[in-house]
Design a protein around this ligand. Structure first.
Ligand code: SF4
Ligand code: SF4
Ligand code: FES
Length: 559
C-alpha cells in the first residue's frame, strides 16, 4: 500500500489507483471533465492537472497512478493558474448561451468556472460557429458549439452498449462528434450520453427545453419498465414528472439505464390516467364518475350477496409487495376460502440484452413467486378484484364465465389490449421503428378525465384509480431477488390510492380492518410471513436494497 502525501497530509492508499481517484475518495476536490469512473481514461481535457513534486511538468491526475513516496499538490499557485488557463482555453469557442441551455444548473463547465476561474473574458475574435441542433439519433440532439470534446459520449457508446455509433472527427476547432452511417445513435442506452455529457452539448429530445432544472425536486425511485429494477431519480415539479435519471447502484444498474425504461415516466402524467373511481350507470351501463364512498357502499351490497368462496383477487406483477400482500392478507384472513391469482403484463417481442434490459417487463414478478401465487385466472369467480390489468386470455375467461361484478384497480385507461397505440410509452424501440421519434411520444394520448370510447374495459363494472410508483412508497423485488425501495415523490393525482389502501377500505367494509398504516408496516408483516423476506425491514432495505434470504423458498404465504 503506497504512502503518499497530498497537500502536506500523509495517506496510505491502495496500489493501482490514480491520483484523481484517491483524491476524490479522500474528499479532496480536483475539477475534471473527461474522466468518468465507469469509463476508460481519455486524459484529454487537462482540467485535472496537479503538481507532483520532483516532476518537471504538471500531471493529469486522472491518468497518474499513485506511487510510493509521491508528494502531490492540488492547490499550489501553479496548479490554480493552470486550471484558469484550461478553462479560458475551453471557453474560447464555447458559446455563452447558458440562459437557454438545458444543462444550466447542472453544467460542470459552469460549476468549474465558478469555482476555479471567474477571470474576465479576454478573447476578442469571433467564436467558431457550428450547428446548434444536430440529431445524433432519434432521442439525442447535439449542440456542436457547446461540445468540449471530452469523448465521454464516444467512450460510453464503445464500452457499454458496444455500439460504435459515434466518433470524434476533424481536428482543432473543427473537431466534431459525428455518427457512423445514416442510422445515427440507435443503441438502446443512448440517453445515458446526455447524462454524462459534462456540458449542454447533448440534450434529450424528450426533456430539452422542458423545464429549468433548478425547479425540479428529485426523489429516489425505481424504473418499472422491466424486472431489472434500475435505480432512478424521479425529477418532478408540482406533481408533474419530467424525467427519470439513473441513480447509481453497483449491484443493479451501475449508473446507467435503458432509453425504453427512462421514458416510462410519461405514464405518470398521461392524460389517460384514471384519477377518480368509475362505476357503470345502472340505466345504460356507461361509465360514470363516482365517489369512493359511493363505490364502497355499492361494493358492500354486492359482497353481501356473494359467498367468500365465489370471490377472487388477481394480484399483479406491476404492483408493489405491499399492495399485493395487503390483498393476500385480505383474502387469506377476512375472506378465507376466496381464491388468489397472479397476472403480469405481457408484450409481443419484448426487448432484452445482456446489459440491463430483461424480457419480463414487470417490476415485481419475482415477489409473486415468493408469495407462492402462480395460478392464472381462468374463470369461476362471481366477484373478481383485478390489480392493474388482465391479459387477453384472462379477459376471455372473464367474458366467458361472466362474473356478477369485476372491480379493476388500475392507473391508466390505456392498458386495454386494443389500445396498443398508447403502449409505446413502454417501448421506445417500437416508436423508433415506426419512423417516429421522441416527439411522437407526446402524441400518444387520449383526451380526458372521462372514460374513453370505445370502452377500454367492457368486461369491468368498476374502475378504481391506483396511485403510480411516483405517488406512493413501497418495495419491489427485482429478477435477481433484490428487494428495493421506491419513495413517494408527489401527492396522488385527484383520488388515486395505493392498492393496499383499497384493500384496507374493503377489509373495513367487512368489519375486519387491516392493521397497517403505511408501506413500512406492511413490509414488516411480509417479513413475519414470507420466509425469504424474514427479517427484512424498511430501514434494512435502505437506499440500495437488500437480497432476499438465501435462494428463494417458494412457499405459500401462511397469513
Ligand atoms: S458531446 Fe458532450 S460528452 Fe460528447 S464529447 Fe462533446 S462534451 Fe463530451
Ligand atoms: S433495464 Fe429495465 S428497469 Fe432498467 S431502465 Fe430499462 S426498463 Fe427500466
Ligand atoms: S479529467 Fe484528467 S484530463 Fe480530463
Amino acid at each position: 500500500m503506497p504512502k503518499i502525501t497530498i497537500n502536506g497530509q500523509g495517506y496510505d492508499v491502495p496500489a493501482g489507483k490514480t491520483v484523481l481517484q484517491v483524491c476524490l475518495e479522500q474528499g479532496i476536490k480536483i475539477p475534471y471533465f473527461c474522466y468518468h469512473h465507469k469509463l476508460s481514461i481519455a486524459g484529454n481535457c487537462r482540467m485535472c492537472l496537479v503538481e507532483v513534486v520532483g516532476r518537471p511538468k504538471l500531471e493529469i491526475s486522472c491518468n497518474c497512478p499513485v506511487q510510493e513516496g509521491m508528494e502531490i499538490k492540488t492547490d499550489s499557485p501553479v496548479v490554480l493558474e493552470a486550471r484558469k488557463s484550461v478553462l479560458e482555453f475551453i471557453l474560447i469557442n464555447h458559446p455563452l448561451d447558458c440562459p437557454i441551455c438545458d444543462q444550466a444548473g447542472e453544467c460542470k463547465l459552469q460549476d468549474q468556472y465558478f469555482d476555479h476561474s471567474a477571470v474576465p473574458y479576454r478573447f476578442r475574435e469571433q467564436k467558431v460557429q457550428k450547428p446548434k441542433a444536430v440529431p445524433l439519433g432519434p432521442l439525442v440532439v447535439l449542440d456542436d458549439e457547446r461540445c468540449i470534446l471530452c469523448t465521454r459520449c464516444v467512450r460510453f457508446c464503445d464500452e457499454v452498449p458496444k455500439a460504435h455509433e459515434i466518433a470524434l472527427s476533424e481536428r482543432g476547432d473543427r473537431s466534431t462528434i459525428v455518427t457512423y452511417g445514416t442510422e445515427g445513435m440507435k443503441n438502446a442506452y443512448s440517453l445515458n450520453t446526455v447524462d454524462i455529457c459534462p456540458v449542454g452539448a447533448l440534450t434529450s429530445r424528450d426533456f430539452r427545453f422542458g423545464k429549468r432544472v433548478w425547479f425540479l425536486s428529485k426523489t429516489p425511485s425505481l424504473c418499472t419498465g422491466c424486472s431489472t429494477g434500475c435505480n432512478v431519480w424521479l425529477d418532478q415539479e408540482r406533481g408533474v414528472a419530467y424525467r427519470y435519471r439513473p441513480r447509481e447502484n453497483n449491484d443493479v444498474n451501475e449508473c446507467w439505464m435503458c432509453d425504453e425504461g427512462r421514458l416510462t415516466y410519461k405514464y405518470i402524467n398521461a392524460p389517460d390516467r384514471v384519477v377518480t373511481p368509475f362505476a357503470r350507470s345502472p340505466e345504460n351501463r356507461q361509465w360514470t364518475r363516482a365517489s369512493w364512498d359511493t363505490v364502497l357502499a355499492q361494493l358492500r351490497t354486492i359482497l353481501a350477496q356473494v359467498s367468500v368462496a365465489e370471490r377472487a383477487v388477481v394480484l399483479s406483477a406491476q404492483c408493489s409487495n405491499e399492495e399485493n400482500f395487503a390483498w393476500t392478507r385480505l383474502v387469506r384472513e377476512t375472506w378465507a376460502g376466496a381464491r388468489l391469482f397472479a397476472t403480469r403484463r405481457e408484450y409481443p417481442n419484448p426487448s432484452e440484452d445482456q446489459i440491463l434490459r430483461h424480457c419480463d417487463k414487470n417490476p415485481n414478478a419475482r415477489a409473486l413467486s415468493e408469495f407462492g401465487i402462480h395460478e392464472r385466472y381462468a374463470g369461476g369467480a362471481r366477484v373478481l378484484f383485478v390489480l392493474d390489468a388482465l391479459t387477453p386470455e384472462e379477459i376471455a375467461a372473464v367474458q366467458q364465465t361472466r362474473p356478477a361484478c369485476v372491480v379493476l384497480l388500475t392507473t391508466n385507461w390505456g392498458v386495454h389490449p386494443d389500445a396498443v397505440r398508447w403502449r409505446p410509452l413502454t417501448n421506445v424501440d417500437a416508436v423508433i421503428e415506426q419512423g417516429g421519434a421522441a416527439d411522437r411520444l407526446d402524441t400518444l394520448k387520449t383526451d380526458t378525465l372521462e372514460a374513453p370510447t370505445p370502452d377500454p374495459y367492457p368486461w369491468a363494472d368498476f374502475v378504481l384509480p391506483l396511485a403510480t410508483v411516483a405517488e406512493q412508497c413501497g418495495t419491489f423485488v427485482n429478477v435477481k431477488g433484490r428487494v428495493q425501495r421506491f419513495e413517494r415523490a408527489m401527492p396522488s393525482q385527484a383520488e388515486a390510492r395505493p392498492a393496499w389502501a383499497v384493500a384496507q377500505h374493503v377489509a373495513t367494509l367487512e368489519g375486519r380492518p387491516l392493521p397497517w398504516e403505511d408501506a413500512a408496516a406492511i413490509l414488516a408483516a411480509i417479513g413475519e410471513t414470507v420466509p425469504s423476506f424474514q427479517g427484512i425491514t424498511w430501514e434494512q432495505v435502505g437506499e440500495f436494497g437488500t437480497l432476499l434470504n438465501g435462494t428463494a423458498v417458494r412457499q405459500c404465504v401462511s397469513a
